[in-house]
Every structure is written in structure tokens, then in C-alpha cells.
Write a protein that binds this ligand. Sequence first.
Ligand code: AKG
Length: 312
Amino acid sequence: MPKVLSEEQIAFYGDNGYLAPFEGVSSSETAAMCDDLEAFERAEGKRASEIIVKGHLCFRRSYEFSRHPKILDVVEDLIGPNIFALSSRFWMKPGQDGSFVSWHQDSAYFGLEPNELVTVWLALTDSTPDNGCVRVIPGTHRGPAYSHVETYDEKNLLARGQSIETIDDGDAVDLILKAGQFSCHHERIVHGSAANNTDAMRTGIGIFYFPPHVRSTIGRRTASLVRGVDDYGHWDPDPIPKQDLDIDVYAHVVAAGERYVDPQFAQEAERQASGVSAIRLHRRHLLPLNRPIGHEVDHALPPQRSPQFHRG
Ligand SMILES: O=C(O)CCC(=O)C(=O)O
């Protein structure tokens, strides 16, 4: 018996690979999270989107979001009562700067088997076609694992600019969300987003959930059990942040981010995900991003400092 979704919604997700919109967190919580991110950017001199993995462990508020009952109730109806959070990413798209996300499948890079992960994309600002909301191509989660080219395009927000070069996007659907609402999409659905043509930042957090029987195909890794029990033991526990930018937790996040962009790790993920139809690699150097920070905030961050993240 589903908790919050109707049988029709569950069937729609099975057929189409996405569902939206759902009411998630309040507008005061989304505004406070945006303030946290702006404070981080001001203090660190880099974008919060450079935290390419496990952003939910970096701030108390994002940690609470990752365990929010309204979010987990929907996820539970899609993948069952026992739920791990693998990772998360702040997706910040400044107004008029041309950033975009190319068509891709998350499954090509997550190194998971079977592919049952659900991404929750929680809007921290309104997310619309004008400011480059997430777009999905319905039903593609039931199709093939596509070949991805790694472009490392500076304007592509993906860690490697991974792109499906040829895809019919005539049926693409915009996932339009108000701040505080969220969408869900399947690990294998083809999705992306266009540039932000407004003057304001578009921000969301994508949180990646999977059931405990899912294994890592790229060695032992960590994840956070956010609901239920783990009867499989495939995953080691992530640390729990006691405060924003908790120094030990942050070091764990940095190490996981470095592993994520490590070429050997990446190649193994690609090999596992795509089998013999290898992903073509067009690698450039993995340089930290040195773009100017767009806006400033007044309040200070906790005193801890962080090591550098690679570019997300
Ligand atoms: O935020 C975006 O524009 C893209 C998000 C995305 O690719 C994802 O959540 O997997």
C-alpha cells in the first residue's frame, strides 16, 4: 500500500521515468538554504556547485532536506521503505551566464547495479523554462544505455561535460517547480537543462536515493541510510555533520569528490556502466573553476576552512 502516491502516479513513473511536482519544504527553508550557499561562496571564493558530491553533508540544512519526511515518503513509494542517500549536488545556474546541462543519463557515471536510483530535484528558487529548469525525455529510462562524450565544456555544469551527442528531444518535458517543490527522475532517464535567460540565479539540490540491495560496481563506497534498515551491508556509513562545514565531514566530502573525478575511477565507472560500447573520452585537464562569484552576502561562515574542490 503506497504512503502518498496513487497507483496511477507509480505507474506513470514506471512508464515515463519521472514525476512532478510535489510539495517539499517551506519558502523560508529554501531562502535560508540559498543564504547558506551564498555565504559559502563568499567565504570560500568559489561556487557551491563545485561541491560535486555529497552536498547534503556540508550544511545542517541540506542534511535535514535529505531526510525530510515529505521527500522520503514519495521516494519510499518508488523504491521501498529502506532508503540510502548516495550523494547530492547543488545545481546553481547564474542568470545570463550561459551555463547548461547536456543530455545525459546519471547511470553512466554512478556505478550502481541494478539501476534503481531516484533523483529528487528540490527547487531552492523557482525553476522554469526561462531560467533553465530540468528537462527529461519521457520513457528513455526503459531504453538503452547511451554512449556519452566527455566534452569538459566550461559552460556545462556536469563534472566531465558528459553528453549524449545524438538524441531525439522532440518529446522533452520541462519540470517546472516553485521554490520548495521537488521532482523525481529515474537514474537512467535522459535529462538535461538549457541556459538561464533571466537575470536571477536558478538553484536546486539534486539528492540521489537508492534501496540497500543496490551494489556499487566500482568498489566499496559510503552512503547515508536515511530511512529503514539495511539488510545487505553493501555500503559503509557516511559521517553525520554536527554543524555547517563540519571539518571531518567536509574532508570526507572532498575525498569523495576527488575520487569521483579521478580518471581511473571514472574509467571503471564507464566500463561497468556501458559494457563494450565504451564511452568516448575527450578529456581535458581537471582544473579548479576560477569564475568570479556573482553576488555577496553580509553574514560570516563558521571559521573552519576547507581544502579545494575540483570543478563540478
Ligand atoms: O539542475 C540541472 O539543471 C540538472 C540536474 C541534473 O542533471 C540532475 O539532477 O541529475
